[in-house]
Design a protein around this ligand. Structure first.
Ligand SMILES: C[C@](O)(CO)[C@H](O)COP(=O)(O)OP(=O)(O)OC[C@H]1O[C@@H](n2ccc(N)nc2=O)[C@H](O)[C@@H]1O
Ligand SMILES: Nc1ncnc2c1ncn2[C@@H]1O[C@H](COP(=O)(O)OP(=O)(O)OP(=O)(O)O)[C@@H](O)[C@H]1O
Length: 259
């Protein structure tokens, strides 16, 4: 265990350049997607000495109770492999400066969980390889594995557990998040019931090899993200934000454009 000091890590947001559905896996959906980190939008996770609660203590502006927080879920999952962290987090506090909006399609909860696991891996000298951390993280959220690998840009398939780095120029984004709460599960189920389609092998291969800027120059907002139509079906006001050059991230409500 490291000496008593504060440890801090950025938990970046992500956008989905394209998000295509390739199939079903039980109640989940297999994706073909390009995830890119948004370097100017991140939460800050700090582990600081001191904790009056003598229990896991999480401070930050969240829209849910502790038990539902992805950071707490990551702690509970990791404790199964490393029981000693329980005593540590009775005398340390996890402080989060939340900047990534919730229900935004930006992976906020997943990114926080991944940052917590990455900090703990170093703090407790666990030396777990990335794929082990990603397997632990996948139990908390479909997007967690992407954030564990810490690639700027990656091709993500499976239900989010297959992450392959995609080397391309660094991209900067403008992101807007309309105050519309997009429930990921509901949008996936609307897609499954009313808009279901699967990308072909050939189109998937082609998309995964293209640079993100080229994809955005050749696809419409509907073509780039299979969830956009079902999100707009549930929340028609989203269409007001679908301006020229703007694309839809994840299950929404965020739109982004390349700067
Ligand atoms: C839409 C994306 O954000 C793309 O980046 C992710 O696929 C969703 O990631 P997430 O918000 O972490 O999703 P989770 O919290 O794991 O799952 C929320 C719900 O979304 C649906 N879900 C999620 C991921 C996936 N590949 N297929 C799904 O059908 C499931 O109904 C699940 O119960
Ligand atoms: N650490 C956290 N940060 C943000 N939301 C969290 C966190 N822990 C749990 N949640 C809950 O998860 C839900 C939204 O999570 P999140 O913001 O990751 O989803 P999202 O914006 O839809 O991102 P995506 O769809 O790309 O995964 C809300 O109910 C929120 O209260």
């Amino acid at each position: 265990m490291k000496p008593t000091k504060t440890v801090t890590k950025k938990a970046y947001a992500k956008v989905n350049i394209f998000l295509k559905i390739a199939g079903k896996r039980d109640s989940y959906h297999e994706l073909v997607s390009r995830f890119v980190r948004v370097k100017n939008l991140y939460d800050t996770i700090s582990i600081v000495p001191g904790n009056e609660k003598n229990a896991f203590n999480l401070e930050g502006d969240f829209g849910c109770e502790l038990e539902k927080n992805t950071i707490y879920k990551a702690f509970v999952e990791l404790r199964k492999y490393c029981p000693k962290i329980d005593a540590f987090f009775r005398v340390y506090t996890v402080k989060v400066e939340k900047n990534i909006p919730e229900f935004a399609g930006l992976g906020g909860g997943s990114s926080d969980a991944a940052a917590f696991l990455l900090i703990a891996n170093d703090l407790f000298d666990l030396y777990y390889p990335k794929d082990k951390l990603a397997r632990i993280g996948a139990k908390i959220g479909a997007d967690v594995p992407f954030f564990i690998y810490e690639y700027d840009s990656a091709n993500v398939t499976g239900i989010g557990e297959i992450v392959e780095e995609f080397k391309e120029e660094a991209l900067e984004f403008e992101v807007i998040t309309p105050k519309i709460e997009c429930n990921t599960g509901k949008i996936f189920s609307t897609f499954r019931e009313q808009f279901y389609k699967e990308i072909s092998e050939a189109q998937s291969k082609n998309l995964l090899s293209m640079n993100s800027t080229d994809v955005l120059q050749t696809m419409s907002i509907e073509q780039a993200n299979d969830l956009y139509e079902s999100a707009a079906y549930n929340e028609p006001t989203l269409k007001e934000f679908a301006k020229e050059g703007w694309f839809f991230s994840g299950s929404g409500s965020s739109f982004f454009k390349v700067k």
